[in-house]
Design a protein around this ligand. Structure first.
Ligand SMILES: NC(=O)c1ccc[n+]([C@@H]2O[C@H](COP(=O)([O-])OP(=O)(O)OC[C@H]3O[C@@H](n4cnc5c(N)ncnc54)[C@H](O)[C@@H]3O)[C@@H](O)[C@H]2O)c1
Length: 277
């Protein structure tokens, strides 16, 4: 799928990877890009930053994609307004740290935003894509969905679920012209990985530290560019950190050894956290 002259939606488009995806789609000459985010102020700021790139039509749309009913209504309204959607980038995500102490609310929000928002986008847009005989879903998961994110159970589990959903979608609708890419980076330099202010709880510190110390931290623009290349090649797995490919092989070849080595790594990182004895 070449984004040129296509209509695309990007969720979580006001910041980080989503904002870079919007820029990359515009650079690839998409005709219309809808930027969806729940943060209205950041949406307006990103629109003014995009002003120089505005040969294409850019629509900003405030929506909490974790609210299934609202998200579905928003997508249906966009479909009515634009006639068709070619590319759906489900990118908005929340990173909730915590292990067994994670709250019910954190689990629920992680399911709604990290998983169900992708399901709602697919179930709402698929009928029209099937009718037009083509459509593209770019699903931002994470390397945590293939491996794990130490210290962050809701994040790791929901990212596994969304990799599973993307795989299912790709297999089920391939013969009917639908293509899917699943973006699985490790660390990317965004406010999610480098939040403003101090992180107090140990699990969240461990979750962030494990990502920033485990490999290179990539720039959002690089990650977005690789996603557009994958889209053009219609490749399923997008791995901005090539080492993740080796880790998946090692994990599947010897899961016992992989779990033991990750447990040792978690132990070592926990001991290094500020405040630990
Ligand atoms: N930064 C990383 O290291 C990294 C690594 C792997 C995967 N990811 C994934 O990349 C995606 C983008 O994250 P990012 O790093 O750019 O973070 P970010 O915090 O910079 O951007 C996330 C954006 O999503 C929006 N958002 C969150 N919940 C929403 C909701 N319910 N409805 C609408 N918008 C919502 C936020 O307002 C924000 O603008 C996420 O799915 C994240 O899990 C990030």
């Amino acid at each position: 799928m070449d984004p040129r002259d296509k209509t695309a939606i990007v969720t979580g488009g006001a910041s980080g990877i989503g904002r870079a995806l919007v820029r990359a789609l515009l650079a690839a000459q998409a005709s219309t890009v809808v930027v969806v985010d729940r943060n209205a102020q950041m949406l307006q700021e990103s629109l003014s930053r995009l002003e120089t790139q505005l040969q294409a039509k850019v629509i900003v749309q405030q929506c909490d994609v974790g609210d299934q009913r609202l998200w579905r209504e928003t997508l249906l309204a966009l479909l009515r307004e634009l006639g068709h959607i070619d590319i759906m980038c489900s990118n908005a995500g929340v990173a909730r740290g915590g292990g067994l102490d994670a709250s019910e609310q954190d689990w629920e929000e992680s399911w709604r935003v990290n998983v169900l928002a992708h399901v709602t986008a697919a179930s709402t847009l698929l009928p029209s894509m099937l009718e037009q005989g083509s459509g593209y879903f770019l699903s931002t998961a994470s390397a945590a969905g293939l491996l794990t994110n130490l210290g962050a159970a809701p994040y790791s589990v929901t990212k596994h679920a969304v990799v599973g959903f993307a795989e299912w979608l790709a297999i089920t609708y391939r013969s009917r012209g639908i293509r899917v890419s699943c973006l699985c980076p490790q660390g990317v330099r965004t406010p999610m990985l480098f939040p403003a202010g101090d992180i107090q709880d140990d699990s969240s510190q461990l979750a962030l530290r494990s990502v920033t110390t485990f490999g290179d931290v990539r720039e959002p623009d690089e990650v977005a560019e690789l996603s557009i290349i994958a889209m053009r090649e219609e490749r399923f797995l997008v791995l901005p950190h090539l080492e993740v490919h080796d880790y998946i092989i090692r994990k599947s070849q010897d899961p016992e050894r992989w779990i033991a080595s990750m447990a040792r790594y978690a132990e070592q990182l926990s001991q290094d956290l500020p405040g630990s004895a």
